[in-house]
Ligand binder design. Structure first.
Ligand SMILES: *[C@@H]1O[C@H](CO)[C@@H](O)[C@H](O)[C@H]1NC(C)=O
Ligand SMILES: *[C@@H]1O[C@H](CO)[C@@H](O)[C@H](O)[C@H]1NC(C)=O
Length: 367
């Protein structure tokens, strides 16, 4: 009796293991989900009627396929390099028709260039996926995965996933400071606006938690006033534009405080702050130390600092993208992205709070 039961149960168990591993479910890396703006968009906007797209040459010139994919980079972007670090395939854009079947179990990228925390950020880009729509798609994703592996396994996959959210820069660049006397700048002083954006961001993160997120990297904004676009438009002497630096200087510390509050309410370090400002300032203040010839001039663009207009086939293009900190007027080069992701992985408390991604991976593999 005992032994025949053993045989039957091991056959059943074997079938179960085969079923699960045929979905690549058990042995594979944890799932990875990405939310946010152009810094982390892997190509969703290619499927939308918007001008906020990176679907033309020379975008993607150093990508493995050497073709534009919708990433705002010469090659890989920050989510790609995080996928690489956790031993996972790059996430597909949620709108990609190729994201089907067991490919869904790798995760998904919901990010959309041009968006911000606020619904009125990036309105000039028309049809983009605002953050609440990204969260709605995340819910729809979970329904689709449930049909594949069941509700319980789906909940586990989401709870165990790594999540990245990058938001906030556009609430300044493509809203408050988009035009002189913008509606938001007439409504709020800068300090009051920052408090408002942070309070709305808190609702977004709380909703992400409700949807099952349990490990979320939250990047603050970079040094908004130092990007080639702002040097071209607002800096008479090549110094970082003061007002945008002030905005980032108010926003980032309040983001960390808000994350501390959320974590203490939850009673767990669900949200982890990445100090993108410091990560960028290292190579912006001392480009040569990081192997860059410049941190002011974009590789691709035109006008002062190559900071005006879009990066297109007609733009100036530098021959060696690895020696430029900025690829286009707003976005870091792949090499700069690698420096940022190394800091996310291994940085100390100056860069990562309350812990870095290596520590997260070590902790989560034990639980
Ligand atoms: C933004 O839009 C979402 C969904 O469309 C809505 O739930 C939310 O309340 C809006 N936020 C504000 C501040 O109006
Ligand atoms: C970050 O990661 C490294 C391992 O790469 C570790 O030695 C270090 O202690 C971590 N730092 C913090 C602040 O967690």
């Amino acid at each position: 009796m005992d032994s025949s039961f053993g045989v039957v149960s091991s056959i059943v168990l074997g079938a179960l293991v085969i079923t699960l591993s045929s979905f690549g479910f058990q042995a594979e890396a944890r799932a990875f989900f990405v939310f946010g703006d152009s810094l982390v968009d892997n190509g969703n906007n290619n499927y939308l009627a918007t001008t906020a797209r990176a679907d033309n040459y020379p975008y993607g010139i150093d990508y493995p396929t050497h073709r534009p994919t919708g990433r705002f980079s010469n090659g890989l972007n920050i989510p790609d390099l995080i996928s690489e670090a956790i031993g996972s395939e790059p996430t597909l854009p949620y709108l990609s028709p190729e994201l089907t079947g067991e490919g869904l179990l790798v995760g998904a990228n919901f990010a959309s260039a041009g968006i911000g925390v606020l619904n009125d950020t990036g309105i000039q880009f028309l049809n983009i996926i605002r953050i609440y729509k990204q969260l709605e798609y995340f819910q729809q994703y979970q329904t689709r995965v449930s049909a594949l592996i069941g509700a319980e396994q789906t909940e586990r996959l989401v709870n165990e996933a790594l999540i990245l959210i990058t938001l906030g820069g556009n609430d300044f660049v493509n809203n408050y400071y988009l035009v002189p006397f913008s509606a938001r700048s007439r409504q709020y002083s800068l300090p009051d606006y920052v408090v408002y954006v942070i309070s709305e961001y808190q609702k977004v993160l709380a909703r992400l938690y409700e949807l099952g997120a349990r490990r979320v990297l939250v990047t603050g904004t970079g040094p908004l006033g130092c990007v080639p676009a702002e040097l071209a438009m607002r800096s008479p002497n090549g110094q970082c534009a003061v007002e945008l630096q002030r905005a980032a200087g108010l926003f980032n510390p309040q983001l960390v405080q808000m994350i501390n509050r959320l974590n203490s309410d939850i009673g767990s370090d669900v949200f982890v702050a990445a100090n993108a400002f410091e990560m960028h300032m290292d190579f912006i203040s001392n480009p040569q130390a990081y192997g860059f010839v410049t941190s002011k001039v974009a590789c691709c663009g035109q006008g002062p600092y190559n900071g005006l207009g879009l990066c297109t086939i007609a733009s100036n293009l530098c021959p060696n993208r690895d020696i430029y900190a900025f690829w286009d007027a707003f976005h870091p080069s792949e090499r700069a992205n690698r420096i940022i992701v190394r800091n996310i992985l291994e940085g100390d408390s100056k860069y990562m709070h309350p812990m870095n991604l290596s520590t997260i991976m070590a902790l989560d593999s034990r639980t």
